[in-house]
Write a protein of this length. Structure first.
Length: 135
């Protein structure tokens, strides 16, 4: 068999004993015929054998405490940053609303107190006539 096998993903589950019992028999039969899955099985077994040579060491208890302490400080710092962003968004929104309301109040007061400014005057010549582009 050349190329890829759709069952090669099951090799790791088979080796770890995670393959459902219903599929184990079918996979064993497939494994006897499929060179791709056989090669994958050999590759994973080789890797597992290599990794088993290394012993795992317990992490010192002080390291656990230090990690928990550091992550707690990071969480506090992140909460402060999130709170700052929320406050800044609220202040920007409040500034926009305030500017809008102030603009309305100023324009109402300005136009209401001076009746001469409410008249719109147009020039005799248009912009096109000024540039000699008109008719």
């Amino acid at each position: 068999m050349k190329g890829k096998c759709k069952y090669s993903k099951l090799v790791n589950a088979y080796l770890d004993g995670e393959l459902p019992k219903k599929k184990v028999g079918k996979f064993k039969a497939h494994l006897q015929e499929c060179s791709i899955c056989q090669n994958e099985l050999r590759r994973i077994n080789t890797l597992n054998g290599f990794l088993s040579k290394y012993k795992t060491e317990e992490m010192p208890r002080t390291a656990y405490k230090e990690i928990l302490k550091e992550t707690g400080e990071v969480k506090k710092h992140l909460k402060t940053i999130v709170l700052f962003h929320k406050i800044s968004k609220i202040s920007v929104a409040a500034s926009i609303v305030l500017a809008f309301v102030a603009g309305i109040l100023v324009s109402n007061k300005t136009f209401a107190s001076n009746s001469d400014t409410t008249n719109i005057e147009f020039a005799d010549n248009s912009f096109y006539e000024y540039l000699d582009l008109g008719e």
